[in-house]
Design a protein around this ligand. Structure first.
Ligand code: ATP
Length: 259
């Protein structure tokens, strides 16, 4: 019984709690009192159109861009003033839009860089087991291990970018538009990877313009418009919402939610 109660509490624990966050570029306000949370083990999607403020929100959470007001708690610790390297050490890893891998380095070298933030002893101790885990999850990276990252396909580079973040043993991943610029079939592979990570228990905040795919892969979703959260709910509820259908799924979307 006690175990069951602990498990319930554990499952509902908000790993990330963002409260009333506002942010500016110069005089222009791009985030307006954004409030949301991500529980441990959840995949939460944040959808929104061009310029809605999605990337800025991720950058604020990971300490790259300052918030003008509001609070961010990661595992109950207030972090809104922390620098990006401190956030990485706490276990919050952002996989940036446009991958940002090192083209002239090999796949293995890119992965090694992912564990750079860990203490040296831990790096050495974990290196081989960590590589094995990554290669089991993404066999294509083992096949390409000695290849220069710049010669990989777009989809493979995206997988490498996610895998590099996993090398740091993150508590939570922030994925910024992982399907951007990829052909539909390759994008589908990236969403399969996201599902795999979810099944492995990784907590994920996923930012996407591809609303349908993002809602199919998540446990809950939020809609960001002009810097404000305007809707939140289960994937089924959001897919059923007229506004979401009109703005993100096309006027004649008649899809039925299946899981
Ligand atoms: P997209 O999907 O197009 O990347 P987004 O929802 O991620 O959009 P942001 O990139 O966060 O939106 O941009 C939000 C707003 O802030 C936009 O109007 C954008 O032009 C502006 N913006 C983004 N980065 C900067 C910057 N470095 N300097 C000034 N304005 C910026």
């Amino acid at each position: 019984m006690r175990h069951a109660l602990c498990a319930m509490r554990y499952a509902s624990f908000a790993m990330l709690r963002v409260k009333n966050i506002s942010a500016y570029y110069g005089n222009i306000q791009v985030l307006r009192r954004v409030t949301f949370h991500v529980k441990q083990g959840e995949v939460v999607s944040l959808i929104g159109g061009n310029g809605a403020g999605k990337s800025t929100l991720l950058n604020v959470i990971s300490g790259i861009h300052p918030a003008s007001s509001g609070t961010i708690a990661f595992e109950r610790q207030e972090v809104q003033k922390l620098e990006p390297n401190k956030m990485v050490r706490l276990g919050l890893l952002q996989v940036p839009e446009q991958r940002q891998i090192f083209n002239s380095m090999t796949v293995t070298e890119n992965l090694e860089l992912g564990s750079y933030c860990l203490p040296r002893k831990a790096q050495k101790r974990m290196a081989s087991s960590q590589f094995q885990e990554i290669y089991t999850l993404f066999p294509i990276l083992e096949e390409r291990a000695r290849q220069r990252a710049g010669t990989l396909s777009g989809g493979e580079q995206q997988i490498l970018s996610i895998a590099r973040a996993l090398m740091a043993r993150p508590r939570m991943l922030l994925l910024d538009e992982p399907s951007l610029g990829l052909a539909p079939l390759v994008a589908e592979e990236i969403f399969r990877v996201t599902r795999k990570l979810r099944d492995n228990g990784t907590t994920i905040l996923l930012v996407e313009q591809n609303a349908l795919a993002a809602l199919e892969v998540c446990d809950r979703g939020y809609v960001l418009e002009a810097g404000r959260i305007i809707l939140e709910g289960s994937p089924a509820a959001l897919l059923d919402d007229d506004e979401v259908q009109r703005a993100f799924l096309g006027r004649d979307y008649k899809g039925k939610w299946e899981r």
